[in-house]
Design a protein around this ligand. Structure first.
Ligand SMILES: [Fe+2]
Length: 594
């Protein structure tokens, strides 16, 4: 039984292949096309899934799309008509896009894959999200919370699900409560993302990174925009927003009147707490004051988001009585909030699928079809993210010789020793191994690594390597069995979200690992497990033997504004365009100083 899951036409397009209930491949289209957040029809991701599965499209039993295009079309029609004529631009653009392409996804899939219409299924957007968490989790039963910008109509869904392991019970997902467009926590966060000068659907992480520089002093002001009830349900006061009728602006003049001038996208972010590495132009008092204000706004919207999530989760616990929680939707990537859900609600365990946003819908749709629509029992837990393409030794060597690059080929032990040596010497290392990651985080197969013990490493990697905003924190990859010594997360190895870098937790020895400790003393850890990433685990083990510190700084292998690298060619290009010192490509080491 082979099922292809597809998501596209909104945020991140992706495809995933299930064979008899086991995940074979999953990838986002952007990795292949090199267009960040590519949402177009995922031709290349689909081709990869079929290639990885060793099958042709004709061998597929079902193709499942992650939402119901007609419901979504109805939502767009009605919501733009309700705000007409203000919404005429949204209306016009939506009609062009939908009548041209989106509505006809079924025929597109049929044509592209040559499958009969009966094989094409549609699953509702939030059910796809819910299934992507529940059926990837190890839980047989769990409460489910899905929150995103918006799916068809739903922006938040609360419910429960059963995921049967032995074939005797029933698999089901019941989403009992929901909030509907335009009332959306994701869109509220996105409106502030835009206000703070970042790109919507891209800069939400930056708001989360900016928040620790501020205090949530404007939380009360934000509560003017959102009326939160005891159970976490809420209503937005739409008179402050324009995303429901304007194609580019998320908020309007009334919002400006409360929060003042939006931050300029090109403005630098400097406060008394941001670092001053290589800064020839010290900020004026006015610049500092203005930036502190934006940091406080970021802290406030983050705080309000956390409060709403906590209320919803507590309500969900009360109504289901279940001890485990599955979280999905883009808001599930808010790793600061996730850890608070673990620590401050009665839920004992959380599972968050690493591609919690819309790309994850591809896996969720396929799993929903297999387990719920077809009633097949569980077989699979997603305990790692290495579901993308591997290019093989041959391809690595070809890429090196195409570029005329001299590389040293080594066996694993000396290869790792050399890498550790380079890290200790303060070099920044590109680390490229195996299959690329599924979801937005690089977790040790397409990573840039550095020594976490050096304070200045943060600035070096931020400014010289990634050319990104200097205030953003870096994450540590830590041996799962040693994580408690450095991070406040009891039984760290047990928590799946920590494998996927989805918890931000207090750091215990921030002075020992300043490069991965954020300004508020927190760190977004990735626990590394020997059985799923043996080589990466061994590397960190060797780093620990040499330094006593069982973790490395890990950031995604890409330049600012580009998707994470996929092919060895992408890796070499990025290596030479950036200030990285060493590149480990499979078993080959490339150094710039040679
Ligand atoms: Fe979504």
């Amino acid at each position: 039984m082979r099922i292809l899951g597809v998501s596209c036409y909104y945020h991140d397009a992706a495809a995933a292949l299930l064979a008899n209930g086991l995940l074979v491949a999953a990838a986002e289209e952007e990795r292949f096309t090199r267009v960040k957040h590519d949402f177009s029809f995922p031709e290349r991701a689909i081709a990869f899934c079929l290639r990885q599965g060793g099958i042709r499209a004709a061998d597929l039993d079902f193709v499942v799309f992650y939402e119901k295009p007609f419901s979504k079309f109805e939502r767009l029609m009605l919501s733009t008509l309700q705000t007409f004529p203000r919404s005429w631009r949204v209306f016009r653009e939506a009609m062009l896009a939908w009548l041209g392409d989106k509505l006809w996804i079924k025929s597109r899939l049929q044509e592209h894959l040559g499958v009969v219409p009966d094989k094409i299924l549609f699953v509702e957007h939030h059910l796809s999200h819910a299934a992507s968490a529940l059926f990837c989790s190890p839980f047989a039963e769990a409460a489910i919370l899905t929150i995103d910008g918006v799916g068809e109509w739903t922006t938040t869904a609360l419910g429960r699900g059963k995921a049967d392991w032995d074939g005797r019970g029933r698999n089901e997902i019941l989403l009992q409560e929901e909030l509907r467009f335009p009332h959306s926590l994701g869109l509220l966060y996105s409106a502030f993302t835009a206000f703070l000068g970042f790109e919507v659907n891209e800069g939400e992480y930056k708001v989360m990174g900016m928040a620790p520089y501020g205090e949530p002093t404007y939380a009360e002001k934000i509560h003017r925009l959102i009326d939160v009830h005891r159970d976490g349900s809420f209503q937005l006061d739409m008179s402050y927003f324009s995303y429901h009728y304007h194609p580019e602006r998320a908020f309007n003049g009334k919002f400006d009147a409360v929060f003042g001038r939006a931050r300029h996208p090109k403005a630098r972010f400097v406060t008394n707490k941001t670092s001053r590495y290589d800064d020839p132009d010290p900020p004026s008092l006015e610049e500092l004051t203005q930036n502190q204000y934006y940091a406080d706004v970021a802290a406030s919207v983050q705080r309000v988001t956390e409060e709403v999530l906590l209320k919803m989760a507590r309500h969900l616990y009360e109504t289901t009585g279940l001890k485990r929680l599955c979280l999905a939707g883009g808001v599930g990537l808010n790793s600061v909030a996730n850890y608070r859900l673990l620590r401050e609600t009665p839920f004992e365990e959380l599972y968050i699928q690493p591609a919690a946003g819309d790309s994850g819908g591809a896996i969720g749709a396929a799993l929903y079809a297999y387990h719920v629509l077809l009633g097949r029992p569980r077989k699979f837990v997603m305990d790692h993210v290495y579901w993308g393409e591997e290019y093989g030794e041959q391809a690595l060597h070809e890429a090196l010789s195409e570029k005329g690059v001299r590389a040293e080929l080594l066996d694993e032990e000396p290869l790792l020793d050399r890498t550790v040596e380079a890290l200790i010497q303060g070099k920044v290392v590109g680390w490229y191994q195996g299959r690329f990651e599924w979801g937005p985080r690089a977790l040790g197969n397409r990573s840039i690594l550095a020594d976490p013990r050096s304070e200045k490493m943060k600035d070096i990697v931020n400014i010289k390597i990634k050319f990104r905003e200097p205030f953003r924190p870096f994450a540590p990859s830590v041996l799962a069995e040693k994580a408690e010594a450095f991070f406040d997360i009891p039984e760290a190895a047990r928590h799946y979200p920590a494998r996927f870098m989805l918890y931000v937790v207090p750091v215990k020895k921030g002075d020992v690992i300043p490069a991965v400790t954020h300004v508020d003393g927190s760190g977004r850890l990735q626990t590394v497990h020997r059985e799923v990433s043996p080589r990466y685990h061994r590397l960190i083990e060797k780093f620990a033997e040499a330094t006593g510190v069982p973790l490395v700084l890990n950031t995604s292998f890409n330049l600012k504004g580009e998707p994470i690298v996929a092919t060895p060619q992408d890796a070499l290009r990025t290596f030479y365009k950036s200030g990285m010192d060493v590149l480990v490509l499979g078993n080959a080491i490339v150094r710039k100083d040679r």
